[in-house]
Design a protein around this ligand. Structure first.
Ligand SMILES: Cc1cc2nc3c(=O)[nH]c(=O)nc-3n(C[C@H](O)[C@H](O)[C@H](O)COP(=O)(O)O)c2cc1C
Length: 323
């Protein structure tokens, strides 16, 4: 599978997840075999106005390649300028967000709201393509609402604008994240376009990844929430698709080691205070399904130093060894 000239080696990509899939988490996923990662969405206006926080989100590590930065916005010129500026961070791919459902984004005509205007989607892709010399892709949804399911039309518009691949999340904007994703829309897009299609929505196990490949004919699957607290899912998907081997989840001690390593990396990138606030969510995901999970989750919600996280991880290991 290739996105333009960028070779993707492996079977599953990590989905962009704002506030969650930061550099540290992406690096863990790549260590476990994620074939491709997409950074958290960044405002094109923020980049063009020189907003420091937006710029920070563009940073990609040399060890997380190939990687995309994802931009959102609704003005072709601003998107093109932001893409040009983002090239300072050497992304392998520029991805355009056409799927975000949150009011702050979609309410400003960006993200999933773009899908209401396929001609605008085409113009944005074309403007970004002419501004940069790396492949440009778009991530879309099934449609904006049940009454406007138009993923095929939008994918064709993006292809026409020069997109090198398209990611399809099989839910409408209205559906946000909860009903089961419609994989048939991914199959329909795959049949309609010539560029590679990345399938997304509800891939949360190796067997499920194989099923998405079979049912949709997609070129790559993209995992979002299935990787939270479980970055090893990429190793499981690769082993299953390469050798038919079903790898078990790592033992609890190993899981806690992985969490600590991820948060340690995050501390290095953004400082202890911010990293540990964000680590609360990651710790809660990491204890999912373990003995005493709900009490441990409540504890995870209160940590604010790395030492407290280490103590929590020790407690998790102790509880699990007693069961
Ligand atoms: C916390 C969170 C943040 C997200 N942020 C982004 C984002 O920045 N850009 C984007 O295109 N999609 C974003 N998404 C959507 C995911 O990339 C993905 O399309 C969605 O979660 C469906 O895949 P899944 O069922 O594997 O989770 C986000 C999803 C979650 C849960």
């Amino acid at each position: 599978m290739q996105i333009g000239s960028v070779k993707i080696n492996g079977y599953a990509a990590l989905a962009p997840m704002a506030g969650v899939a930061d550099r540290a988490f992406r690096l863990m996923c790549v260590e476990f075999g994620a074939a491709y990662v997409v950074g958290e969405m960044v405002s094109s206006k923020g980049i063009v106005y020189g907003d420091r926080k937006s710029e920070e989100l563009l940073i990609l590590d040399d060890n997380e390649r190939p990687a995309a930065v994802q931009l959102f916005g609704d003005d072709p010129d601003t998107m093109a300028r932001a893409a040009e500026l983002a090239m300072k961070y050497n992304p392998d791919v520029i991805d355009i967000n056409m799927g975000c459902p949150v009011p702050k984004v979609a309410g400003n005509n960006c993200g999933s709201a773009l899908m209401r205007d396929p001609a605008l989607c085409r113009r944005i892709v074309a403007a970004v393509v002419s501004a940069v010399d790396v492949p440009v892709t778009a991530k879309i949804r099934k449609g904006y609402s049940a009454r406007s399911v138009n993923a095929v039309e939008v994918a064709l518009a993006c292809e026409d604008g020069g997109a090198s691949a398209i990611t399809v999340h099989g839910r409408t904007r209205e559906q946000m994240y909860s009903p089961p994703a419609d994989w048939d829309i991914i199959r329909q897009v795959k049949q309609a376009v010539k560029i590679p299609v990345i399938g997304n929505g509800d891939v949360n196990s190796a067997e499920n990844a194989a099923k998405m490949y079979r049912q949709t004919g997609c070129d790559l699957v993209m995992v979002g929430r299935g990787a939270l607290g479980a970055p090893w899912i990429f190793a499981q998907i690769n082993a299953y698709l390469e050798k038919g081997e079903l790898l078990p989840d790592p033992p609890v001690e190993k899981r806690m080691e992985i969490l600590l390593r991820q948060v340690e990396l995050a501390v290095g990138f953004k400082g202890e205070r911010r990293a540990l606030l964000e680590a609360r969510k990651h710790a809660a995901w990491a204890v999912r399904g373990l003995p005493g999970a709900s009490r441990l989750r409540a504890k995870a919600g209160k940590i604010s130093t790395f030492d407290q996280l280490k103590a929590l991880c020790r407690e998790v290991c102790e509880i699990s060894s007693q069961k």
